[in-house]
Design a binder for this molecule. Sequence first.
Ligand SMILES: C[S@@+](CC[C@H](N)C(=O)[O-])C[C@H]1O[C@@H](n2cnc3c(N)ncnc32)[C@H](O)[C@@H]1O
Length: 195
Amino acid sequence: MDRSFSLFQGHLDFAHLLWHHLLCPSDWAIDATCGNGRDTLKLAALVGETGGVISIDIQEVAIHKTKELLQEKSPHKPPQIHFFCQSHASFPPLCYEKKIRLIVYNLGYLPGGDKSLTTMRTTTLASLEAAMALVAPGGVISVMCYPGHLEGAQEEKALLQWSGSLPREHWSCSFHSWRNRESSPSLLLFQKTII
Ligand SMILES: C[S@@+](CC[C@H](N)C(=O)[O-])C[C@H]1O[C@@H](n2cnc3c(N)ncnc32)[C@H](O)[C@@H]1O
């Protein structure tokens, strides 16, 4: 058990613990909303020098911040990290050349950035459909939702509605939300069945 893990501090600790259990050195992962780079940094540490991370964001400033964070904080030689400044509505061709073990979304807007450039439910749903085809059997899609703002609340609601009807023989889907913290971030997880 990671001793720095604090269940009641936040949803990120919880998600990172699960990623830690899922990823091994040499794996490939996608950060579909790289933002300030904290999630890419975590994924890079987990896949190690022989693995790879594909980091996507619609904003050039987010790509820049992520590169800066990696340069500053990554104590080891970074794994192969590939950046794409584009919407995650579709994935770059490189994603289809790799066996993708984990795809993570941290929805919403860039902290400290332009709040109007937030993820939107229609694009997020399109992206999740593409992610489901892309992720390897046994692999996981991890989605952090932020219902504390209007689009975030509508986005969480749409994702919950959509995910409730996924065929259980192909997908395990769970939802984690804090019971005594109103409108706090939540975590949706999807694991593709190994057939
Ligand atoms: C909450 S931030 C991500 C935080 C980040 N994962 C981190 O660890 O710092 C959400 C990000 O999603 C990005 N975003 C919004 N819509 C997007 C889209 N359609 N495709 C890709 N990125 C998008 C925003 O630009 C923003 O940087």
